[in-house]
Structure formats: structure tokens, C-alpha cells
Design a protein around this ligand. Structure first.
Ligand code: 3PG
Length: 527
């Protein structure tokens, strides 16, 4: 498996890849988009920070890529929908640089309020500008924290230690959770009105792009100071420039920019009351080691053991949950495959029903496994558990999932029904013990089948000689039957014979069986 590291990654992470058996790692930083596109086809995994742009164009050339690992948090440089469609897992390391980034925001606030960068520059010019560089105390001032996620909550905690009054707005986190942590929740307009300092800690997305715009500045207290260590583009830079030059905003500390690095003629660079750092929020040795180690371990875990950790485009199933779900994932995939091979017409709908005690497990990965099993047969190329639901949705297939604890004959039962333009078909399966997956019903026929190998389903008349005639044809063609089971249609007159053979039944042999007088039909499957 080949891993490409295209941004600077902590040495510890590089070493983990280098020491892992079966992994070849290349470190190639500073590549242009075209250079990266030219080589990406040879890699199974790509490790990035915020510099590499994982665009649809790049992904179109990433023929072997299975995973993009972000050593850090922000993923606005990754086209996640395009990666999902391609079946590429996108994962980040959400915990590793939280404290470091929060500390940077606090450092920026202190530096801004005491003019430390300006004072340094002034002294280096041989000046002694005590009066001009007088600052402000932060004690008892109000800090408005926008975004109470991992980083925002640490900033709020540190600011409280500095004896600031902290007010918080978050677009998602419930006010009760913020208040339970001991902070005052306020609506955004109120935060603008009351804050002496505003620090931004929301991700960049549709809802937050341009959040701090001219209208927002209008609502702010005169003399407010702004700190942005989150993402460029959340503050509209032209509007900030106008607010700074008009004196509405007294200062801004910026670590992130709508374009990185920003153009040399960015107007904000010319203002004395703006202090800047080149996206240093996560740049400490501690944080870089944390995120590098985390991303390396996560990628190895996925490439080698299929365990998904911290993925943003596929439900995480790892550790104990994976252990419990693994036999159901296998069963679901095989049921999907069987349904696809045993149906005709255009797929319109998939319904998956879970019966029994699944102990509050999230069974959606099993539903995805059913869909993947179906699409593997119907589409054949490039389907995996990441992109299967997206592909099905794009095909217009309706997917539904239901569950009930009440059981009938089995402790657990997974039933998948597909509706096509021509038919409706249901397959049910169960897991005996810890890991014994069996298909137990196909439409109205009860069977008990290990869902693996070369199989044939024969519908025959319930008459003497029917089964013998099938065995004779297979014997004549040296196809050995390793297992045979005869089932009865519920409430009907027909039998179903399920045969497992050591080798695939050739088409012409299947056709001969289909022509036997007591055989109604035969279908062969490869599971
Ligand atoms: C992040 O999103 O993790 C931080 O912004 C750090 O970005 P970086 O890894 O490019 O320094």
C-alpha cells in the first residue's frame, strides 16, 4: 500500500508509516496541483494539512486512492462530496491540536490588546514609543466566543481564568449545554452588542462563510477587537478593512485568510492595528506530533484492517462496535449480492428490516452493506461502503430502514426487500452465536445457507425423481455437490433445492438442468 504525504507532517507520523510492514511512504511537499495530479494515481492514501487542495479534478486522477487523512481539523480544502462519490474515506484528527489553537487565540488577543508586534517592530527600528503603544487590560472585559466546539470551549475556559466575562454563541450547541459549562449563552446580535473582544471558533461552511460582514460590524460595540484563528472567509476582509479604518473595530488579530498565503497587496496588511500570523494556530511541536501520530495510526488502521476512525463521510465503526457488526456486515453484503443476482428489472427501492435485540446498535452500516452488495453486482466497478449510498441515491433508489425488538423464530433477523420495475424479492438472514451468518429465507422458501461460494437455486416439482434428475446431470458433468438442501414453499406445492458445488456450474450445465421435465427453473449465484 502506498501513502503520499503532501504537506508538512510531524516526523513521528512519518516514522510510523516507515516502520509499518506493507506500507511504502513518500513525502513530497510543495507540489503544484498539476504535479500532484500527475502522481496521485499511484497512491492508496494521501496525508494532508491545509495546503493541499483535494479537488474533484485531483480525485479524478486518484484511481487507487482509498483514504485522505487530514493531520488537523479543518477540511475546507477537501471536496468531501466528490471524495464520497469516489468511495474515498476522508478523516481528520479532531483532538490533537485543540489546546494549541486555543492558546494561539488567547496569545493573539493578548498581543493585540498590548500592541506587542507593533512594539517589537518599532523597537527594532530604534524607536521608544511608550505613549503611542499604550494598550488595554482584558480583566473584566467581555469576550464573545462564536462557536463552542472543542477549541471555542477551551478559549472560553482560558479567558475565564484571565478574569474576563465570557459570553457564547454557537449555531448548533444548545444554550443549556453552554450554560451548564458556566457561560452565558447569548444570541449572536447580543454578542455583537456586548463584546469588547470577539474570537471566532466555527468551521467554515455555507452557514459561516461571510458571517462577519458589514451588517455584523454595524451591530458591534465601537472599539471591539476581533480574533480569527478559525478559517479565512468567515470574516469578510473588505468589510473588516472598512470597519478598522472607520474606527468601529479597534484591532484585528488574524491567523487565517480567505486566500492563503494572502496576496502581497491585501489591504489589511497595510493597517497598523492588524496583527497577523501565517496560519500558525496548530503549529506547536506538541500539536504536530499529536496530529501526525493520530493520522498515521488511523490511515494504517483503515488500509490494513478496514477500521474507520474519525471519518467525516462515513459512519465510524471500529473496535467493539465493529466486532459486533462484522458478521452482520458480511451477511448484509451477501444478501445484497444474492438479491441483485436473483432479480430482474431496474432497481427502485431497498427496504431493510431488523428484528430482534440489536442492543441499541446503529445498524445503518449494515443497510449500507446490503446496498453495496447489490451495487457490486449491478454496477460492478468502484463501489464501496463509502460511496454506495450516494450512488444508490443518484440512481433514484429509495432506501428505508426499520427495526423492531419483537422476534419470531430467530433471535435476530435481517430482511432485505428490493423492489424493481419487474418484481419484489425478499431475502432474510440471521447470525447464529457470535459470527455464524446464514441466509434463512428467500421469498417464501425457508432454507439455511452459508452465504458464500458457488450456489444454485432450483425450483422443482414436488415429485419423485425430481432431485435425482438434477444430481445426475451435475454428476455427468463432474460438478461435485458439497451441500444440498430441499425446502418447501410456504403454503405452496413447489420445492426449492439449494445446492452448493465445489466448482462453478457451467452455463450449459445449468441450461440442461433447467430443461429437465420436473425442474421449473434454475439460477446460479456466486457469493
Ligand atoms: C486545523 O484545521 O487543524 C488548523 O487550522 C491547522 O491547520 P494546519 O495543519 O494547516 O496548520
Amino acid at each position: 500500500m502506498k501513502v503520499l504525504i503532501s504537506d508538512n507532517l510531524g516526523q513521528e507520523g512519518v516514522r510510523i508509516f516507515q516502520e509499518e510492514d506493507g506500507i511504502d511512504v513518500d513525502v513530497k511537499t510543495g507540489l503544484s496541483p498539476d504535479e500532484l495530479k500527475a502522481i496521485i494515481g499511484g497512491y492508496d492514501a494521501l496525508v494532508i494539512r491545509s495546503a493541499t487542495k483535494v479537488t474533484q479534478d485531483l480525485l479524478s486522477a486518484a484511481t487507487s486512492l482509498k483514504v485522505v487523512g487530514r493531520a488537523g481539523i479543518g477540511l475546507d480544502n477537501v471536496d468531501i462530496p466528490a471524495a464520497t462519490k469516489k468511495g474515498v474515506v476522508v478523516m481528520n484528527t479532531p483532538g490533537g491540536n485543540v489546546v494549541t489553537t486555543a492558546e494561539h487565540a488567547i496569545a493573539m488577543m493578548m498581543a493585540l490588546t498590548r500592541n506587542i508586534p507593533q512594539a517589537t517592530a518599532s523597537m527594532k527600528k530604534g524607536l521608544w514609543e511608550k505613549k503611542k503603544l499604550q494598550g488595554r487590560e482584558i480583566m473584566n472585559k467581555t469576550l464573545g466566543v462564536i462557536g463552542f466546539g472543542k477549541i471555542g470551549s477551551v478559549v472560553a475556559d482560558r479567558a475565564r481564568g484571565l478574569k474576563m466575562r465570557v459570553i457564547v454563541f454557537d449555531p448548533i450547541v444548545q444554550p443549556e449545554i453552554i450554560e451548564k459549562s458556566g457561560y452565558e449563552w447569548v444570541p449572536l446580535e447580543e454578542l455583537y452588542k456586548q463584546s469588547d473582544y470577539i474570537s471566532i471558533h466555527v468551521p467554515k461552511g455555507k452557514a459561516t462563510h461571510g458571517l462577519i460582514n458589514a451588517g455584523a460590524f454595524e451591530q458591534m460595540k465601537k472599539g471591539v477587537m476581533l480574533i480569527n484563528c478559525a478559517r479565512g472567509g468567515i470574516i469578510e476582509e473588505d468589510a473588516l478593512h472598512a470597519a478598522l479604518t472607520a474606527g468601529k473595530v479597534a484591532g484585528a488579530a488574524l491567523d487565517v485568510f480567505s486566500e492563503e498565503p494572502p496576496p502581497a497587496d491585501m489591504p489589511l496588511l497595510a493597517l497598523d492595528n492588524v496583527i497577523l500570523t501565517p496560519h500558525l494556530g496548530a503549529s506547536t511541536e506538541e500539536a504536530q506530533t499529536n496530529v501526525a501520530v493520530a493520522v498515521a495510526n488511523q490511515i494504517i488502521e483503515y488500509l490494513k484492517y478496514n477500521n474507520i476512525i474519525n471519518a467525516v463521510n462515513v459512519p465510524a465503526i471500529s473496535g467493539k462496535l465493529l466486532e459486533k457488526l462484522r458478521p452482520f456486515l458480511f451477511l448484509g453484503d451477501r444478501m445484497g449480492s444474492l438479491l441483485a443476482q436473483y432479480s430482474a428489472g431496474q432497481l427502485k427501492e431497498v427496504q431493510v428490516e431488523y428484528r430482534g435485540d440489536f442492543s441499541g446498535l446503529d445498524m445503518s452500516p449494515v443497510t449500507t452493506a446490503v446496498i453495496k452488495g447489490l451495487l457490486d453486482v449491478l454496477i460492478q466497478d468502484g463501489v464501496n461502503s463509502v460511496n454506495a449510498p450516494v450512488i444508490a441515491k443518484d440512481m433514484g433508489v429509495k432506501i428505508s430502514e426499520s427495526s423492531m425488538t419483537e422476534t419470531l423464530e430467530y433471535l435476530n433477523l435481517v430482511s432485505a426487500t428490493i423492489v424493481t420495475t419487474d418484481m419484489e424479492r425478499t431475502v432474510s438472514g440471521t447470525v447464529f452465536g457470535k459470527a455464524d451468518a446464514r441466509i434463512v429465507k428467500i421469498d417464501n422458501f425457508r432454507i439455511e445457507m452459508v452465504p458464500q461460494g458457488h450456489l444454485a437455486l432450483i425450483h422443482n416439482m414436488d415429485e419423485p425423481g425430481a432431485i435425482g434428475s438434477v444430481g445426475a446431470v451435475l454428476g455427468d458433468h463432474e460438478v461435485n455437490i458439497s451441500r444440498m438442501q430441499v425446502g418447501m414453499e410456504e403454503g405452496g406445492k413447489n420445492n426449492i433445492i439449494l445446492i452448493r458445488t465445489d466448482t462453478r456450474i457451467p452455463e450449459e450445465v445449468a441450461a440442461k438442468i433447467g430443461d429437465l421435465p420436473k425442474v421449473n427453473s434454475i439460477r446460479t449465484f456466486e457469493l
